[in-house]
Every structure is written in structure tokens, then in C-alpha cells.
Design a binder for this molecule. Structure first.
Ligand SMILES: N[C@@H](CC(=O)c1ccccc1NC=O)C(=O)O
Length: 322
């Protein structure tokens, strides 16, 4: 997106020049779905999530509604591979829904293909708005990660994945102060060697973070209808924007890689959010990669994680089993 009204270089904040209507449109992912109408896309997404969860609960060993804190709704569902061991890689998923919809009970998309390959999958619930505040959600997600490390200290790596608003929550974990939680989660996911450029020497070097179609600068959200439930002030938005914060932060573990992924049919603002976050990570001491997934929209990108042959499922598996 180019700003041609000024001195002729791309604006850093193109959204500030948008009409309220255009901004609303850019931040409404269902309107950018081409294969279906907006409402049908949302219905399909939720149906696939519910089916995947029903299947996971019926066919996999699981621990459901395990509390990671004392607060209401501070629960995770843990799905296990067939072989019984606690020395497993753990893949945590934070669902999307603009911090105001969605739940763990309809978000077990990737459980089947990942558990089939020996990965334990943890689907995390957090207290959505309007009841929950964003600061509280970030704290909850931090505690859910610490909980998994404490409960499974012999894990073979903890991998964090979030979709959309959940990708924001996962990205905030890059900034978490683990000393407060008495544990350092095993978020490394890196066991190989880097190429000289610091870029992956193969397309499947390991990442500890998978940020799927995320929002990393929350300021524009303040001016959309999403903020009716969220009630973010500008200060809340800035304090909770990894885009602003990672530039000033040191990686807790510099070997930890971040994969930023966006769908071809995500809106231009979602593309910009992912690209700029990736660029900011690279400018700091973070190891990041960027991937635009061909032929998928904001919802398909996650729906397809139910399939073992899907590109992103394969990237995740190759990362874990490097
Ligand atoms: N009301 C939004 C819904 C939405 O954004 C969404 C729905 C499910 C999962 C992720 C979503 N987006 C970000 O968190 C829309 O119509 O696109």
C-alpha cells in the first residue's frame, strides 16, 4: 500500500489516512474471503473447529479443562499421542476471534495431524472481552505457558502458535518476564546451525513461534467496531503492541525463531501488520521468517491445519522433528 499524497515513499501508517469505513473493512477478515460470503465463511470456520474438537476428544487421549490458574475459565485441553510419555514436544494454540469470540472448545484444528506424529497439543482458553481485559488475557496466556513447563518439565520443546488475535497473544510471549513465573519455558525449538545470513538455510529450520494472520500493532483496532467490546484506550493498545515493544526488547533466547505467516487473501492491512512485524523482528536481535501462504484466506489458513498434507501443518511438523 503506497502513500502517493506526500513525498512519494510508502507511509508507515497507511491506516491513518483511511476513512472509518475503509479501516473497518480492512480489519474485518470475513469480508476478504473470496470462496464464500462473509457469514458463511465464519459459520464454516466454526463448524470445522467444532468437528475437529469433537473428533479429537473422541479419538485421542486427553486431559480436558485442566486449570492453569484459579480464575474462571483459566483452563487448557491437552491432547496426547498414542505412546505414553511426558518427554514430548508440546504445541500450544491460542485461538483467534478478536479477543472477544472463540473458545478452546471449538479450536482443536491441528490436534489430529500433530498427535498422530507424536506431538502433544494444548488448546488454551483465556477470558475474552467484554468480561476480560487485554492485559489480563496476556497475563493468562503467560501463565498457561508457565503451567505447561511446570507440569511437563521433561518436555522436548514448547512451541507456541496463535491465529489472528491469538497470534498477538503468542507474540506477547516474546516479551514475557518468566522470572515472575518461576520457570523458563523450553521455547527454544532450535537444535541445528544457522546459515551465515541468519536466515533459514533450509525452508524448514525450526521455529518456536508460529504467528498466523496476526495483529501486532493494536492502535488501528481502537478506531474500529472491535473496540466496542475491547474498550482499549490508546495507552492499552500501545502497551500491548508487540510491534512497538519488540524493537526495544532483548530476546530471552536469541536462538528462538519466529515464523510470521499470512494468507494470500488476508486484507492489505493484515499483510502490512505481518510484514512490518517480521521486519521489526529482523532489525532487532530476533530470528524471524516470513511466509505468505498461497491461495488461503484468514480462516482457511487455520481450517487447513486439520489436514496432514497441508503446507503449514508440514512446516510445523518439520520444525518440531528437525
Ligand atoms: N468479526 C470478525 C471475526 C474475526 O475477525 C475472527 C473470527 C474467528 C477467528 C479469528 C478472527 N479474527 C481475529 O482474531 C469477522 O467478521 O471477520
Amino acid at each position: 500500500m503506497m502513500d502517493v499524497s506526500g513525498v512519494g515513499f510508502p507511509s508507515k501508517v497507511p491506516w491513518k489516512k483511511m476513512s472509518a469505513e475503509e479501516l473497518e473493512n480492512q480489519y474485518c477478515p470475513s469480508r476478504w474471503v473470496v470462496r464464500l460470503g462473509a457469514e458463511e465463511a465464519l459459520r464454516t470456520y466454526s463448524q470445522i473447529g467444532i468437528e475437529a474438537t469433537t473428533r479429537a476428544r473422541a479419538t485421542r487421549k486427553s486431559l480436558l479443562h485442566v486449570p492453569y490458574g484459579d480464575g474462571e475459565g483459566e483452563k487448557v485441553d491437552i491432547y496426547f499421542p498414542d505412546e505414553s510419555s511426558e518427554a514430548l514436544p508440546f504445541f500450544l494454540f491460542f485461538h483467534g476471534g478478536y479477543w472477544q469470540s472463540g473458545s478452546k472448545d471449538e479450536s482443536a484444528f491441528m490436534v489430529h495431524p500433530l498427535t498422530a506424529q507424536g506431538v502433544a497439543v494444548v488448546i488454551v482458553a483465556y477470558g475474552i472481552a467484554p468480561k476480560g481485559t487485554l492485559d489480563h488475557m496476556v497475563d493468562q496466556v503467560t501463565r498457561s505457558v508457565a503451567f505447561v513447563q511446570k507440569r511437563y518439565p521433561s518436555n522436548k520443546g514448547i512451541y507456541l502458535c496463535g491465529h489472528s488475535a491469538g497470534a498477538h497473544l503468542a507474540a506477547m510471549m516474546l516479551l514475557a518476564d518468566w522470572t515472575k513465573h518461576g520457570v523458563t519455558p523450553n521455547l527454544r525449538g532450535f537444535h541445528g546451525s544457522y546459515s551465515l545470513a541468519g536466515q533459514p538455510s533450509s525452508p524448514h529450520e525450526p521455529w518456536g513461534f508460529f504467528l498466523v494472520s496476526g495483529v501486532f500493532d493494536l492502535e488501528p483496532i481502537v478506531y474500529t467496531s472491535q473496540n466496542v467490546a475491547l474498550q482499549l484506550t490508546l495507552e492499552d493498545a500501545q502497551r500491548n503492541s508487540p510491534q512497538l515493544k519488540v524493537a526495544q526488547a532483548q530476546p530471552v533466547d536469541p536462538t528462538c525463531r519466529v515464523l510470521v505467516v499470512v494468507g494470500q487473501f488476508d486484507s492489505p492491512e493484515f499483510h502490512r501488520q505481518s510484514w512490518e512485524f517480521y521486519q521489526t523482528l529482523c532489525q532487532g536481535e530476533w530470528k524471524a521468517s516470513f511466509e505468505e501462504l498461497h491461495d488461503v484466506d484468514h480462516f482457511e489458513i487455520v481450517e487447513n491445519l486439520t489436514q496432514k498434507d497441508n503446507v503449514l501443518t508440514q512446516i510445523i511438523l518439520k520444525t518440531i522433528f528437525q
